[in-house]
Design a protein around this ligand. Structure first.
Ligand SMILES: Nc1nc2c(ncn2[C@@H]2O[C@H](COP(=O)(O)OP(=O)(O)OP(=O)(O)O)[C@@H](O)[C@H]2O)c(=O)[nH]1
Ligand SMILES: [Mg+2]
Length: 294
């Protein structure tokens, strides 16, 4: 019982001490508030008495302090705002194209410098962030590339929408050996990419890679360009009729009344030749480095 009484008196003592401290703090706060108010009144008085603004600032130390504080706050605010708006430049390059065109072989060539022969139809996007194999030996800081290989199977193509809006560029791979039987399908796929809102609005550059050019029977880059332009021209007419009925977000390609040409696209569309199998991929590497700065 005595023990409890002692504890109770301890508590009472603490309570008294706390209320003392609280009272002291309160009076201190009141005092400083009164002082600040007084100095503000004085500062205002001085300010009002002096006609010249420069003189006003010079002779009012409180005012100098406020101006300095405002400048500091404004600088911090502006730098935060700048950081918020200064978005990181994208480093994603998307590999797209029909199934069997050679995207996965190209992916491995870019990453490892070897073709990993015997690849099968991809069932999932293949992605990785790395320094291109051809640049590994280079000295200095090299920005890694985020490369995504989206399988050509039509069921997996919607995956493109996950990556394209953040892409620095799209590499569209075409099989130059089996080009003619696949020309229409390739043109349709390419048309879908070129009319994507993100591609048009962000002007995402597209490189059409005529792959498998180590074979003598491969079609030339110029031939492939002309055929694709012709097919896209036809698609443009048929798709416009469809989209008139169902007002979608689709963008129309090229200039009306003129045959379609890649040069009419708002984004940069260029063609290159490559052979993923033999590792002749320098034009693809150049495109990547043009758009993902080291
Ligand atoms: N001759 C030749 N064959 C190639 C070349 N690149 C790829 N191939 C062959 O083309 C076939 C398809 O290559 P992949 O890289 O798997 O094709 P993909 O575009 O990834 O196909 P999906 O994953 O189905 O979309 C394979 O048998 C490759 O060996 C090339 O430059 N020359
Ligand atoms: Mg593949």
């Amino acid at each position: 019982m005595d023990e409890w009484k002692a504890k109770l008196s301890d508590v009472e003592q603490w309570k008294a001490k706390l209320s003392d401290v609280f009272e002291q703090g309160k009076s201190l706060l009141q005092e400083s508030l009164v002082q600040t108010q007084e100095s503000l009144i004085q500062a205002k008085k001085k300010f009002d008495e002096t006609p010249d603004i420069k003189q006003k600032i010079k002779e009012t130390p409180e005012l100098q302090l406020y101006i300095a504080a405002a400048v500091v706050v404004l600088t911090i605010f502006l730098s935060l705002l700048l950081r918020l708006f200064k978005r990181k430049k994208p480093n994603t390059i998307v590999l797209a194209g029909l199934t069997g065109s050679g995207k996965t072989v190209l992916f491995y060539q870019l990453r490892d410098g070897s073709s990993h022969q015997g690849t099968v139809t991809s069932m999932d996007p293949n992605e990785g962030t790395f320094v291109l194999h051809s640049e590994v030996i280079k000295k200095g800081k090299i920005k890694p590339v985020h490369l995504v290989d989206v399988p050509g199977h039509s069921r997996l193509r919607p995956k493109l929408d996950e990556f394209v809006p953040q892409a620095a560029g799209v590499v569209f791979v075409v099989d130059s050996l089996e080009f003619l039987p696949n020309c229409r399908a390739a043109a349709e796929y390419l048309y879908d990419i070129l009319t994507k809102a993100s591609v048009v609005k962000k002007r995402i550059p597209v490189l059409i890679v005529c792959n498998k050019t180590e074979k003598v029977t491969a079609h030339s880059k110029d031939f492939i360009r002309k055929q694709l332009e012709k097919e896209i021209d036809k698609l443009r007419t048929s798709r416009t009729v469809i989209s008139d009925a169902d007002i979608s977000s689709e963008f129309t390609l090229g200039e009306s009344g003129q045959p379609f040409a890649f040069s009419q696209c708002h984004n940069k569309v260029t063609l290159a030749e490559a052979s993923g199998l033999t590792g002749d991929i320098s034009q693809v590497e150049e495109f990547i480095r043009e758009h993902v700065k080291p």
